[in-house]
Design a protein around this ligand. Structure first.
Ligand SMILES: Cc1ncc(COP(=O)(O)O)c(C=O)c1O
Length: 420
């Protein structure tokens, strides 16, 4: 009892002993959860990040979020909202002011026409995707998606027990072709599966952006196969050729759910504020899931987002100008160092092919680069099933950081280590 704190009586000592015994055995405890969770593993991104974070002086080009701060006028709107005690629940689908601001924004900048009632404000694009896919998928359904892809679509499909149908686009310049799509849809149709196509343009991780013509061709196929489309457009504003990027909703509005968020466009990742828009009857069904999952987004963040959608065009344009400068620099330098990649025309990633002379996977190369050059990218394995021959670098980092990263990679390429 000597080392026991004074306030601890015998009873609490027994409880502590029991807790310690329980803790010793907690590894043996098999939680009684749905079997689908067994198919979902810790993200490769997290695991790799943990591994390389231990390397002294590591320079990370791993981040999937803007390095800019949220513009002040947006933050100030949130503060004003709080000061006006806008701290109560809002309607499930979001404040009427924000829904209208989003509808106006979609029409003004993106040429997409939606009534405010057909927009649900969500907790980031992540919740928009999970609510929509919860409503659409299940053991009797299939998710068709082009890889490499953002991991959430596949994770959600696994969670719902849906069949996953990834289409590898590596050999077609990371462009989903109508032929490949048709072949996948033919197979899910033959299996009698209700089918959802998830598309993401501009794409994470490749930066590839589909043209209006390419989207029109895909729309033509989905119309013939009666498929619902989940179009993840979080990078639509960060697009360097067509600006903003075109949407498949322009060509198949009656079957498409558009997902977007404030995260990338306005540098608001931590605010957790996004939306989905779509045909009335479909949005009404997704609204039920949204209501169950989150009830409603936080009121003061919605007030701030309203100001962003109403007054944020110039902020977007400024950030995109800077991303373009960085993209041009990084792509130019990496090409000069002998790396191949599809030309990124959107988002803030370059998806670099592992050099031919390197006989390992994307994971091996990313690890070697982290250890030898102290530069971290994300292995392609994070974005597609199986081994990869790619590494994703993010240029959501300052020019200074990019200069240093390039200098380190150059030194690495000149060393023997690069040939391993
Ligand atoms: C393609 C894609 N979709 C959705 C998200 C999630 O965005 P949000 O922060 O709005 O949940 C991300 C984040 O990295 C992404 O890359």
């Amino acid at each position: 009892m000597k080392d026991q704190p004074q306030h601890m009586n015998q009873q609490s000592s027994n409880i502590t002993t029991e807790a310690a015994t329980a803790a010793e055995h907690h590894d043996d405890f098999a939680p009684a959860v749905i079997p689908q969770l067994g198919n979902i593993t810790t993200s490769v991104i997290r695991a790799f990040d943990r591994e390389v974070s231990a390397i002294p002086g590591i320079l990370k080009l791993t981040l999937g979020e803007p390095d800019f701060n949220t513009p002040d006028f947006i933050t100030e709107a949130a503060v004003a909202s709080l000061k006006h005690h806008r701290t109560h629940y809002s309607p499930n689908a979001g404040t009427p002011g924000l829904r209208k601001a989003i509808a106006d924004y979609l029409q003004r900048r993106r040429g997409l026409v939606y009534a405010a009632e057909d927009i649900i404000v969500t907790e980031g694009a992540s919740e928009a995707i999970s609510s929509a896919l919860t409503a659409l998928l299940g053991p009797d359904a299939a998710l068709v998606y082009a890889t490499p892809a953002f991991g959430l679509y596949a994770s959600m499909a696994k969670l719902t027990g849906a069949t996953l149908v990834p289409i590898d686009t590596t050999d077609s310049g990371f462009v989903l072709t109508p032929e490949a799509l048709e072949s996948a849809l033919r197979s899910t149709k033959a299996q009698g599966k209700r089918t959802v196509l998830a598309i993401n343009s501009p794409n994470n991780p490749t930066g590839v952006t589909l043209s209006a013509e390419q989207l029109r061709a895909l729309a033509h196929v989905v119309n013939r196969y009666d498929v619902t489309v989940l179009s993840d457009e979080v990078y639509a504003e960060i697009s360097y050729d067509a600006h903003p990027a075109p949407s498949i909703a322009q060509f198949a509005p009656e079957r498409t759910i558009v997902v977007d968020s404030t995260s990338k466009s306005y540098a608001m990742t931590g605010w957790r504020l996004g939306f989905l828009a779509g045909p009335h009857a479909l949005v009404a069904e997704v609204a039920k899931v949204h209501q169950i999952h989150v009830s409603t987004a936080a009121t003061f963040t919605m007030d701030a987002a309203q100001v962003a959608y109403e007054q944020g065009d110039a902020s977007i344009d400024r950030m995109v100008q800077e991303y373009r400068r960085r993209r041009d620099y990084l792509v130019g330098e990496l090409r000069a160092l002998g790396y191949n990649m599809a030309r990124p025309s959107g988002a803030f990633y370059v998806y670099v092919q592992v050099p031919d002379e390197f006989h390992g996977t994307g994971y091996d190369y990313a690890r070697l680069l982290a250890q030898q050059a102290q530069v971290a990218g994300i292995p392609g394995e994070a974005f597609a099933p199986g081994d990869s021959r790619h590494v994703r670098f993010s240029y959501a980092a300052s020019m200074e950081t990019l200069h240093e990263a390039v200098a380190r990679i150059r030194a690495f390429r000149a060393s023997d280590a690069a040939d391993q």
